[in-house]
Ligand binder design. Structure first.
Ligand code: SAH
Length: 262
């Protein structure tokens, strides 16, 4: 038995019922599958049963790659690397269906990187089935005017349609995590606000959300100087707090910010 490494966020799924449910969310047969962090291969095994066209796995831990190579002599392509250091746009010429019980310490980093790097001409995935710690999933799917609403919500909803699938209790994992988990399903949006550079959306939300409890007057001034007419044109009350603006308003603000700079 392999000893789980905490530093790599290793909590292996052991609940067969949950594993079946996750692999039933999307059609796998004849699809090109990518799995992030296959671990000991419990999801991988179930995915293989459903006869994908091809499955590629990205796993950083060498010990697990060796174990998986022993376990599955089928056609798995192994990428023994850090998922954050991979150019996901050039993984495969095919559109990928992605599964991942993500390492929780880097799950938001993975999702943010993927969204910011989406090639507008060709999105490399048709859907993502990803597991997060529940608290992070709650932030991703939150609505404005709530305490969970923030930068991650705004970024994720910019390019993705998001659906919550289910919560999962700690005892479905070995070792048992301290927190609950949630599976989310994502699809690329067909229409979305176009920016010159998505990094500007990150910048705007970073500055607005620097102080959640304070009014947005200050960050607004920092980004737009004295262009208060922008606020009135967009119907923004500068006495509000950052979590009181819906995502469309943040996308509009980003566009205004970009046009002021061009
Ligand atoms: N999917 C498995 C294991 C999930 S645990 C299951 O459900 O049982 C998270 C997995 O991600 C572990 O296998 C861990 O080694 C791997 N991992 C952690 N950090 C990673 C990184 N930066 N790049 C790729 N894989 C990583």
């Amino acid at each position: 038995m392999i000893k789980a490494k905490k530093s790599l966020g290793q909590n292996f799924l052991i609940d067969q019922n949950i594993i079946s449910k996750i692999t039933d969310i999307v059609n796998i047969k004849d699809k090109n599958i990518l799995e992030i962090g296959p671990g000991t291969g419990s999801l991988t095994r179930e995915i293989l049963k459903k006869k994908p066209k091809k499955i590629t796995v990205i796993e950083k831990d060498d010990r697990l790659v060796d174990l998986l190579k022993d376990k599955f002599n089928q056609d798995i392509e192994f990428i023994n690397k850090d998922v954050l250091k991979i150019d996901e746009n050039n993984l495969n010429n095919q559109i990928l269906t992605v599964f991942g019980n993500l390492p929780y310490n880097i799950s938001t980093e993975i999702l943010s990187k993927w969204i910011l790097n989406i090639n507008p001409k060709k999105v490399w995935f048709n859907c993502l089935v990803l597991m997060f710690q529940k608290e992070v999933a709650d932030r991703i799917i939150s609505k404005f005017n709530t305490k969970e609403y923030g930068r991650l919500t705004i970024l994720a909803n910019w390019r993705l349609n998001i659906k919550k699938i289910m919560d999962i209790k700690p005892n479905s994992f070995q070792p048992k995590p301290k927190i609950e988990s949630t599976v989310l399903f994502f699809e690329p949006k067909k229409t979305f606000t176009k920016f010159k550079n998505a990094k500007n959306l990150e910048k705007i939300t970073r500055i607005f959300f620097m102080h959640r409890r304070k009014m947005i007057k200050k960050p607004f001034k920092q980004l737009f100087n004295d262009n208060e007419n922008i606020a009135s044109e967009l119907g923004i009350d500068l006495n509000l707090r950052p979590q009181n603006l819906d995502f469309k308003t943040y996308y509009e603000l980003t566009k205004r910010y970009e046009s002021l700079r061009s």
